[in-house]
Design a protein around this ligand. Structure first.
Ligand code: C5P
Length: 319
């Protein structure tokens, strides 16, 4: 067996290597998270992979906003929301690829393998043009955060990067996940940008994640760790992975657990290096990776050589 990922994600290794910024972020509680971390965690954080999979299947509701939900039912633009759940409209697919944006995808040569899946999810501003050999060219779903939607730099409304495939967006809500409260206190102006985008691209499917999903998933991470995690929502990468587990029979996640190509390069498409992109600062990313490592049904060699994790779709197992 190959010890690389255990060395990176083992609890002891993490404590030793934990940067100071990480500790500061962990003390913050912007979203008003109220959850008894260590008390509950102590007897729980040794759950097996299949047990964790069942917990996620049973406790995380993969829901998107629909026009009948308050407060959106009371707004004229509420009718721009897709009338049905993404899980009713999209899939089911046999095999799916989740393409993290990690720098370690560079020179991976994984493009063909990624494109051989029935559906591929990508994140935020991750391009395929010019990077096909390493990341493929198929984009079925693109999961974007509200920060990108609002940022001037990304030209969200006009860039052709976002016009392929199904868009799904998310924004961190207050921990209550109350839609009214969130509507009045989004992190970034997700609803304003959503309305603008829909007017410009009325034919493209575009969903918004119910923020309850973020915090339900966050609780699954916290419950399965032996210490308090960042009180911020999980990263797009993990949200997208769970979304695909609800649409696909088998999910392959690429370079979320770094392979032997592990690098401080943040994204495969940018010349910017920061280890926090892989290890986390704002997001509880290291804990997310620990959880995914435990759920992995593929081999350690697949992680080491391909950066590939294999997860079962929710419809394929009983709890
Ligand atoms: O940076 P961005 O959020 O757009 O990247 C998409 C996802 O890929 C992240 O949310 C994270 O889950 C994953 N990622 C990673 N390591 C990196 C960069 C991204 O695990 N170096």
């Amino acid at each position: 067996s190959i010890p690389v990922t255990d060395a990176i994600f083992g609890v002891k290794a993490r404590t030793r290597a934990q940067p100071r910024a990480h500790t500061i972020v962990k003390a913050m509680n912007k979203y008003g998270v109220k959850y008894p971390a260590t008390v509950r965690a102590a007897h729980r954080y040794k759950l097996s992979g299949p047990e964790i999979l069942c917990e996620i299947k049973e406790k995380v509701q993969v829901t998107t906003l629909t026009p009948d939900m308050e407060p959106f039912s009371g707004f004229p633009w509420g009718s721009q929301l897709p009338p049905r759940q993404i899980t009713s409209d999209v899939g089911p697919f046999k095999t799916c690829a989740v393409v993290s944006s990690a720098g370690s995808l560079k020179n991976s040569g994984l493009g063909k393998e990624i494109d051989s899946h029935d559906a591929v999810i990508r994140f935020n501003a991750a391009p395929t043009a010019g990077f096909e050999t390493d990341v493929g060219s198929k984009t079925t779903v693109r999961l974007i955060n509200s920060q990108l939607m609002a940022s001037e730099d990304h030209h969200f409304l006009s860039s052709s990067l976002y016009s392929a495939g199904i868009l799904v967006s998310w924004d961190p809500s207050p921990y209550s996940s109350d839609l009214w409260e969130w509507f009045n206190k989004t992190d970034y102006p997700i609803f304003k940008q959503y309305q603008r985008y829909r007017r410009l691209h009325p034919q493209q499917p575009f969903y918004i994640v119910h923020p309850r999903m973020e915090w339900q998933l966050w609780q699954r991470i916290q419950d399965n760790m032996g210490e308090a995690i960042q009180k911020n929502p999980p990263s797009s990468g993990l949200l997208g992975t769970v979304l695909m587990m609800s649409l696909c029979e088998v999910v392959h996640v690429y370079e979320f657990l770094p392979s032997r190509r592990k690098t401080e390069l943040c994204h495969y498409y940018q010349r910017f290096s920061d280890a926090a992109c892989t290890l986390g600062a704002y997001h509880p990313l290291l804990y997310e990776k620990n959880l995914v490592k435990r759920m992995n049904q593929g081999s350690d060699r697949d992680i080491y050589t391909l950066g590939r994790v294999t997860l079962p779709g929710f419809a394929t197992f009983n709890c």
